[in-house]
Each structure stands twice: as C-alpha cells, then as structure tokens.
Design a protein around this ligand. Structure first.
Ligand SMILES: *[C@@H]1O[C@H](CO)[C@@H](O)[C@H](O)[C@H]1NC(C)=O
Ligand SMILES: *[C@@H]1O[C@H](CO)[C@@H](O)[C@H](O)[C@H]1NC(C)=O
Ligand SMILES: *[C@@H]1O[C@H](CO)[C@@H](O)[C@H](O)[C@H]1NC(C)=O
Length: 940
C-alpha cells in the first residue's frame, strides 16, 4: 500500500528541485541576455549549475551499442531456449526466448534468427548455448557487502572496513580499502552475485562512502576498474562537470557506535549535518551572488573536501544507507532526515522495521526501502525482535524489501537462499526474486545498469532449477557479457524443482509477530497432548533404525471395500501403528484420540543441532544472558579451588538455560535435541550436554538427555599458545594413567574427544596422536573432528582411522587461514566436502555456527541431498543431522535416559510431523513434535 504521505513528500521534493532548476535557468538567461558577463562569473555560474544536476544515466544511455565495461576480445554469446525472469511488470514477467549478448550488453531477447538479422553478429562468431528451458535471471545484486574490505581468509593486516578515527568520517571511501585478492569474489560469483555495494563497516555513526562494484576480475586487475558507475571525483577532488553525475552512497550506523550512547550518537549526526549545512548554505550564497552579478573576482567557490560528501547528501544526490535496527533508532534517524531534509535510500538490517512502517514513511522524501536478512537475528539486543516474517509484513505495507548478505557476516555466495527463505515465510514469489535483483538495483539508482534482463543490461545467471527452489545453483554467470565459470559442474535437477516450490501459509505467525512486538510465545502448554494422536494422510515416514534412518512410503489401503488413508498412531509419545491402522484406531477411539491430517506430509526423526551455543547464550553480545567466559588453562593460572589436574574441566549442563528464543524456534522447526559444548575461544572447552529443545527447565522429565557427553577441545593457530603446545598438552593428559578425569575417560575410550579444528595439518597431527596414544595405552580412543573445513583433503585417512567429522558450517567458507583450502562444490567442483567424506566412509555430521541457524537445519540437510544430484540420499542426509551427531558427540550411554543405551534409543520416538511435504523440503511446515522421552505430542 503506497502511503499518501510518501506521495506528498515526493511531490514536495520534486518541487524543491524544480525551483532550483528554474533559478538556474534564470542565471543562464542573465548570462545570455547580457553578453558581457565577466569570465569569473561565467565560471562561477558553470560551477553553480553543476550543483543542480540530478544523478542518473545520461539521456542517450539506453541507445548505447557497447558497454563502457566491454572487455575487448569477448566473443558474442547466444543463449537458446531460456526461461527468463525479466524483473519487469513488478517481477511477474516471464518469457521464453533466446538471448544475444555482445559488446558487454544484451543486444536482444527474442527469436535468434530475428536477433541476428538485426545485429552485425554472425552466428559462427558467437558461442552458442542451448540452455534447454533453464531459468535465467538478472545477475544478483547485493546491496550490503564488505567484499574486498574484509577479505578472506581473514588476516589482521587486511581488515579495512572501518575507521578508528572518530564517530563521524564521511570522507572515508570504501574502495580505498578494496583488496582484489579476496577469496570470496570467485565464490560469490559462483552463487550468481555479480554486483555488490561495498559499504564501510558500522563502527562509526557516519562511516563513509560506499561504492558499487562488479565482482569479476578485470584485465587491469585493479580495484578502480571494478567500480560500477564511479563518481567522476575518484581521480580528483572536484567534479568533472562534463561527465554525467552518478549516484553516490553514504553509510550511517545508528545506536551505540564508537562508544557513544544513543544520545551522543544523535548529537554526533546533528553536529555533522549542521557543519555540512553551513557549507551548502555558503555555496548557495555564492551562487546567488553570481546569479545577480555581484560576485567579486577574488571570491572562490566554498569547498571543503571533508564535508563535501555530506553537503551532497543535503543536495539529495547521495543514496543514504543506514545500518539501523530498532524502533528508537529508526525514529531517531527519521528525525535527522526531517531536520536536515535529506531522503534515506534504505535502512539496513532494520530488524524492527516491520513493527513501524509509518516511521519509515515519515522520513523526509520518498519512503526508504529496507535491506534485511531472512532469519539472522538475536546476535545482539537490537536484533532480538527480528522475525522471519519481516519481508512478508513489510511487503504487505508496500515497503521495498531487498535481501542482503553483509558479507562476510553471511556468505554472499548464498544470498539467493535469503530470498528463498523469505519466500518460504510468506514473501510473494515475484518480490522474492526481485529482492536480490531488481529491488536492490532500483534502491541503488542502478536499475538502468543491472537488476533486469532487458536490452542493454549485461549480467545474467543461468540456473539449474527454479531460482527459489532449495539448492538452486548457477550453471553459468555472465558479468559484462563474460562467462565467469570456466568449466562449471552441474547436477541434473528433478523436474519438480523447475517450478517455484509450493510453500505453506504463515499468516497467523506473521500476525503474532506484530501483535507481540517480535516476541510471540513459542511454547503453548495448552497444545500439549498426552492422549493418543492419529496422524492421517501421511505419505512418508522416516524412522531411526539402529544407526541408520529408514524410509517407508505409505499408500491408501483398502479393507473390506473401504479405503483408508495411510496413518500413524502415537500413544504416550510412541508410535504404535503405521499403515491403515483400522484395528488400532478402533481400539484407541475409546481412549479419546486426536486426529491430525498431514495432507500428504511426513513423520521424520527429530533433528539434532550441534555447533551453536544453544542453551548457553541467548544474545551473544549481552554477557548477562550467557553462561560466560571460561578460563584458559594454557595462558592463565587455573584457580586452586578449581584445579582438577586437567585445567578445570567444566560441564556445559551446569550453565544450561532453557526456553531461549533460538532454542524454541529450532524446536518449532523440527530440531528436538540440541548438543552444546561449553563456549570457549581457547584450547579447553569441556564436557558437552544433550538436551530437549522444547523443555521448560532442567528438572522437567526428559529435559536433559545426557548430562555429560564428549570432551571438547579447540586445536589451532591464533590462540594464546602454539599449536605444538596444545598437542603436547593433549599428549600428556591422554598418556597419564594416574588421573580419573575427563581426559582419562577419553583415553579409556569411554567418551569421544571432539577436536574443533579446520586445518588439514592439525587433523593429520591428531590422527597421528591418536595412533600414538592407542599404541601406548592399547585402547582405542574415539576422536571426532568438528569444523572440518579442510577435512576433505584427508578424506581417505580419516576413513581409515575411523575418525568422524562434523562439518560446521556444512557449506564451506574460507573465513580463516586454517580453513582456506575448501572444496566448494558445484558449480566450481564436482564433489562437495560432504560427498567426498562420505565416499571414503567417514561418518559425517552436519553442524552450525550460530544459534539462529538451528531453525534452518532441515533445509541445510535437504540442500545436501539436492546438491549431490542423487549421490547422497534423503536418508543419508537425515543421518548426518541425527544419528551421526549422536554417535560422534558421545550421546550414547547409560546415564540420564531411563531407557536402554544405543544411538537410536536417544532418538527413538522423537518425531516431527510435517504437513504438505517432507521435513527437508520447502513445501512443508512443522505442525507437531512427538516426544517419547517426554511422553507427549506438542502441536504448533
Ligand atoms: C507487486 O507485487 C506485490 C506482490 O505480489 C503486490 O502486492 C503489489 O501490489 C504489486 N505492485 C504493483 C505496483 O503491481
Ligand atoms: C581515473 O583515471 C583513470 C586513468 O586515467 C581512468 O582510466 C579512469 O577511467 C578514471 N576514472 C574516472 C571515474 O574518471
Ligand atoms: C479428550 O482429550 C481432550 C484433549 O486432550 C480433553 O480436553 C478431553 O477432556 C478428553 N476427553 C475424554 C473423554 O477423555
């Protein structure tokens, strides 16, 4: 819904710029009427005229026959039989056509014979690809990225995305720190990203100027040559008034930045804009004097290199991007925009924007867009009220929504997943694809260049499935008409994935998000059923079976001429019948049975989450919400009172909190068990815990599944002591037969040692150490690698040594030096890290890093199966998110659970019911959790 306010403000805005232009026409009339205008006045008027130019493409832009970014030697390309999402008609236009690319731009879309007849391209000179009905969308545009400024692998010497010179630094330019060797460029391109706005970080209130870049390596290999429509000022301090004026971009961050309180921050903004306003007013006064011929020869145009960027904001010639989370801050910046009269292009992150659309409308000028994450929230207080339904809600309010990566906060290679995730949560299909293409392109003022598939637009991505299908992967990516993937590996995707997935409805959940201001109740005890529950129309059942997951497909059954839907009966949290269940239903009827129709859905094992501090941290940045800090026994003295001869091994169970929001969101998304290790940034972490995500407190029946699981250590560079010191410590603690602590339980093979590391060299050392200890103690020890970014390099050796690996993250990302040698998977490599490990019979678990990711566990697993093109079955994907984690993390055992030992006893009867499809697919929604260990069914 468009706001009448927005319209009025826009009109007001246009009127103002109109008045300026009229005034200038007036100067020119004076100029031409009196032929004898002194030279200094002519020059001044020329300079003054330049102040009124509105940024945008020159009038003849659309008639261009070649791109200014054309790389000589690039051959024309013809794509035959494309299914094109163009971005036009509000993102609803889809056409089937051929595409001709030449001279760095799309020369035509239509039938190839007609396209060739209109161009000077001969078919034999062109590279021709029949894409056979593949989806083609515009190159993905990421409007919030730190690519190049925070390059990977992350090294101290190249963290260049913030200034530490003060809260107000509008003069900073992000591209001055742009490192062209960032490993991410190639990876992000392989995910279809072609254009990114590189913004300064958020350490400053006014952090400086952002610059859009194209991600491809240019023939010059320079940062400058990557810039898209750079302002003419990059080689000089002044405009070249003959060149067209391009949009500039300015980063602001609100809230508590640069050790300011909110009141300090707002004052810092006002003071800065007041300075800029004075500069602008002195320029306007100069121009008024020039217009009336009163300017002295000696008077110079008032310039100030430092404040010029902000005075340009006040002239409305800069897209202002504000990192701003919560209502207080959105409102504060709205006041600043109204006080100083400048429009805001977009609020970024904007976790509470869905609660206050009117605050957005009340900013000065046109209503800003928002650039948001789909699910990433709660990492700091400002993000605590974030909801996955924000895109849906904001779209219904008529606010433009773009999805962004904040790369490397999130890997922009998977920016498309953000659009998919928002789509799953109710964001309309047309807007979802637009949210990573045409919407950010328009918000950046670059719609004439990127974000659409149209004549003159240069960047395209050819996908192996519908772009909103889980795991959609580029088959080819074109930037400036140049194919970016040298020899792409593609997987044949099933026909079902060639259409937009059917998604469930979340209207009630979205309404609740607003009603409860982002904190809706997530556990309703009224919906806890202790009686019998009959699930009907169940199409698939996946159940733990020893250390495997088995699958059965169910069908309607005919009994005595009557047809019965496939059903599953649950009594006291245990499955008592699968099939038509006529007999059992008859028996159960007397017992008061609740019937839940799954409409072709499934019952699946409750998933297990590992790797994030679920239960130990609620808001990462808020100490008072967390278990807290551990002592590092290798660099600090362990207090005598804690000294157990092993550095003070702690148990995660002792610091556990229940009912955390991420924990409950995970529960509602099918994660019934979480395994957490004590949070450590040092060598020693401690003993992990397995707990029920849906429990209210520790003393509830079945809340703690195993109070002590594996022993966790972190081995790797960058800690207080060397890797060799860490290994020496492990060797001593595992060899010493005198002790009775956690390390001895590891040495005696009772519990696994989970070594958190990515480095192949550290993994090799640990395999050697394992052999050495086993030789010495004549006992097999259980070793698990967690992290495992480079584990694929030792797949064979890990398989032979029976060392399992938990991949967290499952899709690799070369964040650190020790995890830089990744196996990226399709389209860059045929194998992925998980497929290579499984090929060598390594037991693999899928983990996560941050708590909010737990709710996406189901899609992480589904993605693994989809990406493998059938090499990894759905059952295997399930195993890596359930039984394998239980095994690798030492959750087997005789304590805590009343029942017998074994992997499946931990999970047996922990089931998730989905309506409309399988748990690992976008088509389904979790409607209930069956818990045998707690003896009830929770209905959502
Ligand atoms: C664009 O699409 C959205 C979602 O489908 C719809 O709500 C909106 O009204 C459309 N806008 C226009 C201008 O058609
Ligand atoms: C800056 O100067 C270089 C070298 O002359 C030139 O290639 C480039 O196009 C200039 N950039 C702009 C934005 O004028
Ligand atoms: C049947 O179950 C419902 C919900 O659990 C409960 O409210 C109701 O009292 C039960 N009725 C009988 C007859 O047990």
């Amino acid at each position: 819904m468009a706001s009448p306010f927005a319209g009025r403000r826009l009109a007001h805005w246009l009127l103002l710029s109109g008045i300026c232009t009229l005034a200038l026409l007036q100067y020119h009339r004076i100029l031409y009427a009196e032929q004898q205008v002194p030279l200094h006045i002519t020059k001044a008027l020329d300079r003054c005229h330049s102040l009124t130019v509105i940024p945008g493409p020159p009038a003849d832009f659309h008639a261009r026959s070649a791109s200014d970014r054309f790389q000589a030697g690039t051959r024309p390309t013809i794509l035959l039989n494309a299914r094109i999402w163009t971005g036009e008609k509000n993102g609803t236009e889809i056409i089937e056509a051929d595409i001709l690319l030449d001279k760095g731009i799309i020369k035509g879309i239509g039938h190839i014979s007609r396209l060739l007849s209109r161009s000077d391209v001969a078919e034999r000179d062109a590279v021709v690809h029949d894409v056979k009905g593949s989806w083609v969308i515009p190159g993905i545009v990421d409007m919030h990225s730190h690519l190049g400024d925070a390059p990977l692998p992350s090294l101290d010497g190249a963290e260049d995305d913030n200034s530490n010179k003060g809260p107000i630094v509008p003069w900073m330019r992000s591209f001055d720190g742009l490192n062209t060797h960032d490993d991410s460029f190639r990876l992000s391109i392989s995910g279809g990203v072609t254009t990114s706005l590189i913004l300064p970080g958020s350490a400053n209130a006014i952090g400086g100027q952002g610059f859009p870049i194209k991600l491809r390596t240019t023939s010059e290999r320079s940062a400058s040559s990557m810039l898209l429509e750079p302002p003419s000022t990059i080689n000089s301090s002044h405009y070249d008034h003959r060149s067209p004026l391009h949009w500039r971009h300015m980063k602001h961050a609100c809230g508590r930045v640069y050790s300011n309180t909110r009141m300090d921050s707002i004052w810092a903004f006002r003071e800065a804009y007041n300075t800029a306003k004075k500069l602008k007013e002195s320029q306007d006064a100069y121009c008024a004097k020039a217009a009336t011929g009163q300017l002295e020869d000696s008077e110079e145009f008032p310039e100030d290199l430092a404040w010029e960027p902000l005075s340009e904001v006040l002239r409305g010639r800069v897209k202002v991007h504000i990192h701003c989370y919560e209502t207080t801050d959105l409102d504060g910046l709205s006041r600043i925009s109204n006080e100083f009269k400048f429009p805001i292009a977009a609020f970024h992150h904007a976790h509470e924007s869905y609660l206050v659309p009117n605050v957005l409308r009340n900013t000065y000028g046109p209503t800003p867009g928002v650039a948001i994450f789909a699910n990433n929230a709660r990492y700091k207080r400002e993000a605590y009220r974030g909801t996955p339904f924000a895109a849906k809600i904001l779209a219904s309010e008529g606010i433009e929504v773009a999805m962004k990566s904040d790369h490397p906060v999130m890997n922009s290679r998977y920016l498309l997943f953000e659009a998919q995730s928002a789509y799953y949560n109710g964001f309309p299909e047309n807007l979802a694809i637009a949210s990573v293409t045409s919407t950010p392109a328009k918000l950046l003022g670059l719609g004439h260049r990127v974000g659409f598939v149209k004549e003159g637009g240069p960047d395209l991505v050819v996908f192996d499935s519908h772009p909103l299908a889980l795991g959609a992967t580029p088959k080819q990516v074109y930037i400036d008409g140049i194919p970016q993937l040298e020899s792409p590996f593609t997987v044949e995707k099933p026909k079902k994935l060639q259409e937009a997935p059917k998604v469930p409805k979340f209207d009630r959940e979205a309404e609740d998000a607003v009603k409860y201001e982002g904190l809706p109740p997530l556990l309703n005890e009224k919906n806890r059923l202790t009686g019998d529950v009959l699930f009907t129309n169940v199409e698939n059942v996946y159940l733990p079976d020893g250390s495997r997951i088995s699958h059965s497909q169910l069908f309607h059954e005919s009994v005595d001429g009557e047809t019965f839907p496939p059903s599953v009966l649950v009594q006291e949290g245990l499955v008592t019948c699968i099939g038509s269940c006529t007999q059992e239903i008859f028996m159960a009827q007397a017992q008061n049975v609740t019937i839940i129709d799954l409409e072709g859905g499934a019952l699946s094992p409750g998933l297990v989450s590992f790797g994030a501090p679920l239960g130990l941290e609620e808001i990462q940045a808020e100490k008072s919400t967390n278990d807290g800090t551990l002592i590092d026994p290798l660099t600090a003295v362990t207090p005598k009172i804690l000294d157990d001869g092993e550095g003070g091994v702690v148990r995660a169970v002792d610091g556990l909190s229940f009912m955390g929001r991420d924990t409950l969101l995970a529960y509602r998304a099918g994660v019934t068990t979480a395994i957490s290790a004590p949070v450590s940034y040092n060598f020693l972490a401690g003993l992990g815990v397995a707990f029920s995500t849906g429990a209210r407190h520790k003393l509830e029946d079945g809340a703690v599944v195993r109070s002590m699981t594996a022993l966790h250590v972190h081995v790797g560079p960058g800690q207080g002591v060397s890797v060799s010191t860490q290994i020496a410590t492990l060797r001593r603690l595992l060899m010493d037969g005198e002790r009775h602590g956690a390390f001895q339980r590891v040495a005696r093979g009772k519990i696994p040692l989970v070594a958190h590391t990515h480095s192949a060299d550290v993994i090799a050392t640990l395999i050697t150490l394992k052999k050495e200890i086993e030789h010495h103690t004549k006992t097999k020890i259980k070793l698990t690698i967690a992290g495992g970014g480079e584990a694929h390099l030792l797949a064979k050796e890990l398989g032979a040594a029976k060392v399992g690996v938990i991949l967290n993250p499952v899709r690799p990302f070369p964040l650190a030096w020790e995890s830089r040698r990744i196996l990226p998977g399709p389209p860059l490599t045929e194998e992925s890290q998980i497929s290579r490990l499984l090929k060598h019979k390594v037991t693999v678990g899928v983990g996560i890093l941050e708590s909010w990711e737990a709710q996406n566990a189901r899609f992480d697993l589904g993605w693994v199966a989809v990406e493998s093109g059938g090499k990894i079955s759905t059952e295997q994907a399930f195993e890596s998110g359930t039984v394998n984690l239980v095994k690798l993390l030492g959750v087997e055992g005789e304590r805590d659970l009343k029942e017998a030992d074994g992997v499946d006893s931990v999970l047996k009867g922990e089931l998730v019911a989905t309506v409309g499809g399988d748990l690992l697919e976008f088509g389904s929604k979790v409607v209930a959790v069956v818990s045998s260990r707690r003896g009830f069914v929770d209905v959502f």
